[in-house]
Design a protein around this ligand. Structure first.
Ligand SMILES: CC(C)(COP(=O)(O)OP(=O)(O)OC[C@H]1O[C@@H](n2cnc3c(N)ncnc32)[C@H](O)[C@@H]1OP(=O)(O)O)[C@@H](O)C(=O)NCCC(=O)NCCS
Length: 203
């Protein structure tokens, strides 16, 4: 298998939305909205097009990763720019072969080259600790609602880059999805049954 990484382009959008819908379906809730977030996010100023990558097996897209600009606000209302990672996906038949790690490491290096200070994510700590993420509370960064969850993590992009950044984290408004706009968007895709499952994750 010869996997390459390149920037995503407009012709890839639909395929990446399909992959994302397949991968996230019923994982965090019945159905999913990550494919709709992707659809919307590419049009907002917070989207970082220089960090929008796809992983390809020859001409076939098998994974992707995106970033958007987000902010940390402290009690004095000072605002700090950080990156928010996600969604990121790898096609199920290509998972556990290092492609997710390749996308993470490649994009982290590019984000560093672009001068960003840090990346904030919600996710599985077992996975993201592999890339150097630590609990965001180590930097006194909390969720927008003031929590310190283990699943809420931060990565410094260079030594000391998050030292002077603390406060509450706010991702772009585009992540707030209304049910009726999602239902409307869903009409473009083949019907899929939604299920409530015992394993649906909270984040
Ligand atoms: C998360 C995801 C992108 C990982 O992609 P992947 O190509 O399977 O990951 P890799 O093969 O590169 O795995 C890298 C390492 O992480 C580990 N790993 C992979 N998925 C993991 C998971 N869900 N939890 C914990 N560890 C995991 C692998 O064992 C591997 O460890 P190793 O280097 O010690 O062997 C992929 O599983 C996926 O698309 N998941 C569903 C969508 C999702 O949850 N995305 C992330 C949130 S936006």
């Amino acid at each position: 298998m010869d996997i390459s990484i390149r920037l995503e382009n407009k012709n890839d959008y639909k395929a990446v939305e399909h992959i994302t819908r397949e991968v996230f379906w019923d994982v965090y809730k019945p159905g999913c909205d990550e494919h709709f977030v992707l659809h919307k996010i590419r049009k907002v100023p917070a989207f970082v097009k220089e960090l929008d990558f796809v992983a390809c097996d020859k001409d076939t897209i098998v994974g992707n990763i995106i970033y958007s600009r987000a902010k940390v606000l402290n009690e004095e209302n000072e605002e700090f720019e950080v990156l928010c990672m996600g969604p990121s996906t790898v096609l199920p038949s290509y998972q556990k072969q290092g492609i997710g790690a390749l996308l993470m490491k490649y994009s982290i290096e590019k984000a560093n080259n672009l001068g960003y200070k840090g990346i904030i994510i919600f996710g599985n700590p077992d996975y993201y600790h592999l890339f150097g993420f630590v609990s965001a509370k180590d930097y006194n960064i909390q969720t927008s609602w003031g929590d310190d969850l283990d699943e809420f993590m931060a990565l410094e992009l260079y030594h000391g880059s998050l030292r002077d950044i603390s406060g509450k984290f706010y991702e772009d408004e585009v992540f707030k999805i209304e049910n009726d706009e999602l239902e409307d968007f869903e009409k473009q895709f083949p019907f899929k049954e939604k299920h409530v499952t015992d394993t649906q994750l909270k984040l």
